[in-house]
Design a protein around this ligand. Structure first.
Ligand code: SF4
Ligand code: SF4
Length: 197
């Protein structure tokens, strides 16, 4: 049993740029959903491509994720409200649902768990969190851990889908491409989103 039980302090630090360029990855379906909400609310939402692959067989840029471009004026996510916190809470992106956790698969059987040290809850309980075992971390972040797991699984499935398409020779991803060519393709080629649906 752990004496800690994560409860977000609703400080909003994770919804703003802190010491580094913050990046909130969005899957295409999440991006579409947020675009719709932003339209309804009259929010100026800027979303740009994030993880992309050049498919040299079909001359297409395959989009795996987008990201929210933080508004300069507030330096943060346009869905954050200082009185209410996240205004898309129930439907927020999986990356936000998993925050402050992230999972990485280190080999076939083992995972590595990382915690954002800039989350205010983590800062407050840093010593206890730093020395917590993997199973204690799962207890402390009992709601966030399954989301971090889903995030990892989803990313893995997307990469598997790309590999499968390559294996079936439906696409060809260039892995040795010059920056000059890549920028040219980014300008000229059509986009296609990769989803697991
Ligand atoms: S979607 Fe919500 S939780 Fe995620 S960055 Fe924006 S305001 Fe914060
Ligand atoms: S920084 Fe941590 S405590 Fe603050 S709003 Fe984000 S998740 Fe909650």
């Amino acid at each position: 049993m752990t004496e800690l039980n994560y409860a977000c302090m609703k400080c909003g630090a994770c919804c703003h740029e802190i010491e580094y360029k913050k990046r909130i990855p969005l899957y295409p379906e999440e991006a579409n959903f947020l675009i719709e909400i932003a339209k309804k609310r009259g929010i100026a939402l800027k979303i740009i491509e994030d993880l992309v692959f050049p498919d040299i067989l079909n001359k297409k840029i395959l989009i795996v994720t987008y990201k929210i471009l933080f508004e300069k004026k507030i330096n943060g996510c346009p869905f954050y409200d200082k009185n209410y916190g996240c205004t898309v809470h129930d439907k927020k992106p999986l990356a936000c649902k998993a925050y402050p956790l992230a999972l990485k698969q280190v080999d076939a059987f083992n995972f590595q768990i990382s915690v954002d040290p800039l989350c205010h809850y983590v800062i407050k309980h840093y010593d206890l969190i730093k020395s917590a075992s993997f199973s204690t971390m799962k207890e402390i972040f009992k709601n966030e851990y399954p989301n971090a797991q889903n995030h990892l699984i989803k990313n893995k499935n997307l990469m598997l889908k790309i590999k499968q398409l390559e294996f079936e020779k439906k696409i060809k991803i260039s892995r040795q491409i010059s920056l000059k060519d890549f920028n040219k393709y980014l300008k000229e080629w059509e986009r296609e989103e990769v989803t697991t649906n």
